[in-house]
Design a protein around this ligand. Structure first.
Ligand SMILES: Cc1ncc(COP(=O)(O)O)c(C=O)c1O
Length: 385
């Protein structure tokens, strides 16, 4: 009899799973750790969802989220065939790896120039190929490496500049580490966890230089000055990823989407689970698109709180990086960032701290309501006293 453990693939044993932010249920806790929107969905959205909760729950939802695709196509000035919906944008990011990247062993079979040749040491070489390569900047969204490992593909994490700006195509060529032929490249724009925004013009230069698929992950773009949607409609190898989670207060419903060339979208659609977006999620997202004015007011409020909080923390000795998102990355004074995490937690304020060397001196703080921001500033003052 085999042990249950031995029934799990060796690759899975080696995986480090993605670590999501905590969702504690502590009374009175101010939760600024997972970039959720502090405001609820609009009353019209809540009404639409409630109205959909009846005997129809027994039916399967529309498999392609067709109503939503059509509404999104109108919003972005493209066709429904340029859009695919996902169970959160996370699902689509995972599907992109599966649709565009060969697992390492598979790619070696596909690369006849190397296949079967012994290396100088006489051993069969481990065959690697750009077809198996997923590339992204570091630091950025920590899910990307996990998705690559699950798929058994290769990672190329290339450092951002020290101030988290994007190295330009010329610098990348000179550096020699970036691979312009990678099967898939993820760019988090605006960047998480730094909050830094990237100009569409610089993203365009990068996209132009790339040969494989480029996914511009715009999870936070509604809080930024610019977006790069036009690049997905201009270049056949560029996809823009969006989500209803952050700006549209729908984390709970899990709805995200990709916009890109119809051929890429058709490829993704082939590997999509039949009913990947739940029915209430489709209803909520469609009602959201009917009430965009409500959300635009909400973005303005969050941006204004962000700027005010950044000023207040700067005055208290924090180094706050400029942000184009609904969070800030801030280096606290006096104590190590990890200690601040605990000190704030003791005061019932939860923020996020990452162990990675480039950002271990910083706290990532989600922008809450003005009242939550004031509570944070009060707590910081008390800790500094
Ligand atoms: C950069 C980035 N992309 C994508 C996502 C995933 O969002 P969702 O799966 O909720 O659409 C997140 C969530 O934290 C994120 O930070």
């Amino acid at each position: 009899m085999k042990t249950p453990r031995s029934l799990v693939r060796p690759l899975v044993h080696k995986l480090h799973a993605y670590v999501p932010g905590e969702q504690p249920k502590i009374k009175g806790l101010i939760k600024l750790n997972t970039n959720e929107n502090p405001y609820p969905p609009s009353p019209r959205v809540l009404k639409a969802v409630k109205a959909a909760v009846d005997g129809r729950l027994r039916l399967y939802p529309n498999p392609t989220s067709q109503v939503l695709r059509e509404k999104l196509a109108r919003l972005h000035g493209c066709k429904a065939e340029n859009i695919i919906l996902g169970n959160g944008s996370d699902e689509l990011l995972a599907m992109a790896v599966r649709a565009f990247v060969e697992p390492v062993g598979q790619a070696s079979r596909l690369s006849p120039s190397q296949n079967g040749k012994k290396s100088e040491t006489g051993r069969m070489p481990v065959l690697r190929s750009e077809k198996s390569l997923v590339q992204y900047f570091h630091p950025s969204y920590s899910l990307y490496p996990v998705l690559v490992d699950i798929h058994g593909a290769e990672k190329n994490a290339v450092p951002l500049n020290v101030n988290f700006s994007l190295p330009d195509a010329r610098e990348l060529k000179r550096g020699g580490v970036w691979n312009f032929n990678a099967a898939l490249t993820f760019v988090t724009t605006p960047n998480a966890p730094s909050g830094r925004g990237y100009a569409t013009a610089e993203l365009e230069k990068l996209c132009r230089a790339m040969k494989g698929v480029v996914v511009l992950d715009e999870a936070y773009v509604d809080f930024a000055g610019e977006n790069a949607m036009k690049l997905a409609l201009k270049f056949p190898h560029v996809i823009v990823s969006r989500t209803f989670s952050k700006a549209y207060s729908l984390c709970f419903q899990r709805v995200g989407y990709f916009v890109g060339h119809a051929e890429l979208i058709a490829g993704l659609d082939k590997i999509r689970d039949s009913y990947n977006v739940n029915g209430l999620g489709q209803v909520a997202a469609a009602a959201t698109l009917d009430d965009l004015r409500h959300y635009r007011a909400n973005f303005r409020e969050i941006i204004s709180t962000r700027e005010e909080l950044s000023r207040a923390l700067t005055n208290l000795g924090f180094r706050v990086l400029p942000s184009q998102t609904n969070f800030i990355l801030a280096k606290p004074p006096l104590f190590a960032a990890e200690e601040w995490l605990q000190k704030l937690r003791d005061k019932k304020i939860l923020v996020r701290w990452f162990r990675q060397p480039e950002i271990k001196d910083f706290l990532r703080i989600t922008i809450g309501t003005p009242v939550e921001a004031e509570a944070l500033v009060r707590a910081v003052k008390a800790i500094l006293r």
